[in-house]
Design a protein around this ligand. Sequence first.
Ligand code: FAD
Length: 324
Amino acid sequence: MKITEKLQRQRTKEPSKPTFSFEFFVPKTLQGVQNLYDRMDRMYLTNPQFIDITWNAGGKVSMNNANTNDLIHTCQSVLGLETCMHLTCTNMPVEKIDEALQKAYDSGCQNILALRGDPPVVDEKAQQSNALKYDGFNYAKDLVKHIRDKYGDYFCIGVAAYPEGHPEENNVDILIDYLEEKVNAGADFIITQMFYDTDSFIEWCGKVRAKGIDIPIIPGIMPIMSYDSFLRRAKWCQINIPKFFLDKLDPVKEDDQAVRLLGTDLVVEMCQKLLDSGYVTHLHMYTMNLEKGSLIILEKLKIIPPLHLTTLTTVNQFAISTEH
Ligand code: FAD
């Protein structure tokens, strides 16, 4: 079923109840894949609207591309989970894109997050000639248009957005213009880059709505699992960390457990503010293939029933498994 229909149906049934979803990536090993299926099955019991699986980063054509389709197939048609498949288009021949879309279609998956992806690091000249070689899929909007041309309304199409700027374009207003192009090409919903600066996110939502973009905005929520990974990811995504996050976390940075507990409270506070803003009714959890970080946040927000997770105190219990 389409994500937008599911969200609409849930809003009609229980208007004040926020919804949520879980993002996973393709594990590197077969054992990791098996562990992930078990984890997804458990996490699905909490009733997310959908789960999504990332497409392999870097724009490379490799075995992992097939694995995204495999995971989508198992989750959607074997386990019966509602799925959304990420698909990148840079440096991808159109035949590969069509093959991936057809496999998703055959698996009964009706949701695609259409992305450009990050081109492999090569010199600019080679990059340009590659992009041209592959049928003009230079931007995500080209992929959105391609999917619409080929499949009409069959797929519900999501696109990415960057409330604090993208590494290649830090002007947020220009990025909203590009977002509008993706919406005009046929996008149905938006999932954002992770962020911790709630005020700037809310301001950005106001700008998006003022532009006339009225499709659902789904914020990407990244749980805080360790001080190093928190700083590293924020730097990688070039997002602002509010001073009060650092004031709380810096003094306990050597203590992973304390960072997780305090970080969870900070993210819970942030999510509550997002839900209260009126712009957001759905939270998209970047699980990093871990279970409890996301579940505890949802439990503390009272979006899912108590799972007695908050009483867990050891690092292993919190993380359950890091096997990828
Ligand atoms: P686009 O919207 O095409 O934008 C890419 C760049 O081009 C931006 O800098 C933009 O400013 C510029 N641009 C866009 N339109 C124009 C235009 N008309 N003229 C000039 N410049 C333009 N990556 C993966 O590899 N796999 C994944 O599974 C994955 N999942 C993601 C999920 C989310 C929610 C997000 C936020 C990102 C994800 N990414 C993933 C990362 C994403 O692929 C990169 O951030 C990529 O650099 C941009 O992708 P995009 O779809 O936003 O591209």
